[in-house]
Design a protein around this ligand. Structure first.
Ligand code: DGJ
Length: 721
């Protein structure tokens, strides 16, 4: 039984071959955290340590030394002085809660969380623990969903006002995990626009540390993810505890190391500015947090997350299919194009074997720069004489697919939409409306705004007969507020915005079930598992420089598989860094994700076009391994000057290896690159005909040849004999 309850020890045991998670009911009704880690065959009472004494049902809340006990659902205001998972303000302004377990059940699948994205729940089993505060009537459903085949435990909560008075929820995190000691290190992903998701590793010291977003989106600056690493943990070994949130808005991922050196890890919607009014009978659901215990290092954690993302998060016809090789005109033309130019880009691309032409920003309203027209999704006939319909017809006529860029959440003050509906943007009363990239954010908390935008966007996708959509979002929220929310509900704004976004995205994607959707937010500014539930790939970063991308994709790969990472070859000198890198290196790095181009092929030489044709054939032949194989990081660009990774097919018969070198080193004696994930009993042939044993390649390594020139790369494609 993956989930069981033992009356003798008062323990719930959630287990699979990868881990055990144990919850102990103190005094028969207070859920304490007993274990998360290596799988246990059974739980003996006297091994429960500091949790052991409190079995007697006569213990009351007042007698439990909560400040020193590991808990499942702590609330600030009890004798636990650490930050809690939930917070509430009763009608009298106080916030005390005495949450006691009032029931539990085990069921197949996962709990529905209305309005929120989440894992599919296929093959899963869930424990629901119901807690109740007798005085207020507030109940909390704690959900623990076990994905045994992926080694993942999902946690979420549903808070319901079962009393007669309104209650204000002031804090509603998705999970709390209290660790015992551990001397951990803390890993987060941090960065900025064009340098998203860099790996940051620091010691976990007493007090609070964390990563968060207060921007209204999961952000370029951080990622709703954290990991605790045991002292000896590395890429390839040691215990790692990863936690990732399925959410696209403000989040908090925080640790608090207490007086005894015990870390508490909290993950969920950021409490800053959050207040949710629960009228009698109303419920609030928290997003799912995914917990991954890996005894085999960061690589083991990523392997489990990748499998989970592929099996339970991404869905629809594209989730496991070959993805089209695309060309996007953004860096090739920016706003300056007409139909002839687009057709000649598409024509040249088609010659090299590219399948999909994507028309980026600038096709609508009067949008010749970023100053206007967001919200007016009508074709600019001065650029496209027969509108999207005509362009799409011609692209399809070439035997290519047609894709379109949209930014449905935004409004330009210089737009017909704004002139007609000046109150449709996010704003705070009479406060100034701060523009960013000359635009404001539409108030997606309002159903009529969502309806109007969904109608316009669907009409554009329909008339363009599109095969692919790039859904962009280019600014964060300021002066948060809605003209339609009453004052006592204004604290709901940020979460209501995200619920509105999910509503609009789910409606539009459902209307076009066969279309491939790629999410984007000025690059990787909303790169999270929430958006991945609707769109199986996301533009990883606006930085297309090959070396920068090594770092960005390496950090991103901690949680996300290559099938989620939009990665394109762009022109040199690179538009973000001015760096010149070889075409083969740019392609090798783009093969680490969903492959495409972001340039004007007409500016390339005949030789470069020939190279691109050859590279496209290679991508097509190896895409199943590159996108859906086991992804293994080999050499970290955060630790040295080079970077390497590989992907291995599930049957371990094919593998693609990529190494990227930064600056050339004179008099350098190249070494061996140790591979991983191969079958030691098999022999592998490389493309140049050399044959090596899987055992040799993993124990000794693949011999690398000398490299001259900066930013060179090598790729090796291995096939078992
Ligand atoms: C930001 C995106 O990340 C870019 O790829 C491009 O689509 C621009 N927006 C267009 O405005």
């Amino acid at each position: 039984m993956p989930i069981s309850y033992n009356e003798g020890t008062r323990c719930f045991h959630l287990t699979c071959s990868d881990f055990s998670y144990v919850i102990r009911l103190a005094a028969g009704r207070y859920p304490l955290h007993a274990h998360w880690g290596a799988p246990l065959r059974q739980i003996r009472d006297d091994l429960l340590g500091r949790l052991s004494p409190y079995t007697d049902e006569t213990f009351s809340l007042n007698e439990l030394p909560l400040d020193r006990l590991p808990q499942e659902c702590p609330v600030y205001g009890t004798a636990d002085y650490r930050p809690g998972m939930l917070g509430v303000r009763h009608p009298d302004g106080t916030g005390a809660l005495d949450l006691q377990v009032s029931g539990w059940r085990i069921f197949s699948g996962r709990a529905e969380l209305p309005g929120l994205p989440g894992a599919l729940g296929d093959g899963a089993e869930t424990l629901e623990l119901t807690l109740k505060d007798a005085l207020s009537g507030l109940t909390v459903g704690l959900y623990y969903t076990l994905y045994a085949d992926c080694g993942i435990l999902s946690r979420s909560a549903r808070i319901t006002n079962g009393g007669a008075e309104p209650q204000m929820l002031t804090r509603a995190l998705s999970c709390c995990v209290d660790f015992e000691g551990g001397d951990f290190r803390f890993l987060t992903l941090s960065g900025s626009w064009a340098r998203e998701r860099g790996i940051v590793l620091r010691p976990l010291v007493p007090g609070m540390q964390g990563t968060a977003s207060l921007r209204g989106a999961s952000s370029h600056q951080g990622s709703p993810f954290m990991a605790l690493l045991a002292p000896d943990a590395s890429e390839t070994s040691g215990e790692v505890y990863g936690m990732a949130l399925c959410y696209s808005g403000n989040y908090l991922a925080e640790t608090d190391v207490d007086q005894d050196g015990n870390p508490r890890a909290l993950l969920g919607i950021h409490p800053e500015g959050f207040a949710w009014l629960l009228a009698p009978g109303e419920s609030f659901c928290t997003p799912e947090a995914y917990l991954c215990y890996a005894p085999d290092g960061l690589r083991g954690m990523s392997r489990r997350f990748h499998r989970f993302v592929r099996r339970q998060i991404t869905r629809g016809p594209w989730a496991a299919s070959p993805r089209p090789l695309l060309i996007n005109n953004w860096e090739g033309t920016y706003f300056h194009f007409d139909e002839d130019k687009l057709l000649s880009i598409a024509g040249a691309a088609k010659q090299t074997g590219i399948d999909l032409f994507v028309l980026d920003d600038g096709w609508f309203g009067r949008r010749n720069d970023d100053h206007s027209s967001l919200g007016d999704w009508t074709d600019d006939l001065s650029k496209l004489p027969e509108g999207l319909a005509g362009l799409s017809r011609r692209i399809h006529g070439m035997g290519m697919k047609f894709g379109l860029w949209v930014e449905p959440e935004m409004i330009s003050p210089d737009s017909e939409l704004y002139r007609t509906h000046p109150d449709w943007c996010v704003h705070a009363g009479q406060s100034p409306r701060t523009e960013s990239r000359f635009q404001l954010v539409l108030d997606l908390t309002r159903p009529e705004v969502r309806d109007a935008m969904a109608e316009q966007i669907c009409a554009a996708l329909q008339r363009g007969n599109v095969d692919y959509v790039k859904w962009d979002m280019n600014r964060n929220i300021t002066q948060a507020g809605s003209a339609c929310l009453p004052p006592e509900r204004m604290g709901e704004f940020f979460h209501r915005y995200i619920l509105g976004l999910y509503d609009m995205v789910s409606r539009i994607t459902a209307r076009f079930p066969d279309v491939l959707f790629e999410s984007c937010a000025g690059g990787g500014g909303r790169y999270d598992l929430g958006m991945m539930c609707y769109m199986p790939q996301a533009w990883t970063s606006d930085d297309t420089d090959a070396w920068e991308r090594c770092r960005i994709q390496y950090g991103t790969s901690l949680v996300f598989p290559p099938s989620c990472m939009g990665a394109h070859v762009s022109a040199v000198p690179n538009h973000q860094t001015g760096r010149i890198t070889p075409l083969e290196t740019r392609a090798a790095v783009a093969m680490g994700g969903t492959y495409g181009y972001e340039l004007d092929p007409e500016s390339l030489s005949a030789g470069e076009l020939e190279t691109i044709t050859r590279l496209n054939e290679r991508v097509r032949a190896w895409q199943d391994v590159l996108l859906y194989g086991d992804f293994l990081r080999l050499v970290s660009p955060f630790e040295g000057t080079d970077c390497a990774w590989m992907s291995v097919s599930p049957d371990r018969r094919r593998a693609a290896v990529t190494c990227v070198f930064t600056l050339a080193r004179p008099n350098h004696k190249p070494g061996l690159l140790r591979l991983a994930g191969l079958d030691p009993a098999l022999d592998y042939r490389m493309e140049d005909g050399r044959v090596f044993g899987g055992d040799e390649l993993m124990a000794r390594g693949l011999p690398l040849d000398a490299v001259t020139g900066d930013f060179q790369s090598r790729q090796f494609f291995l096939t078992a004999l």
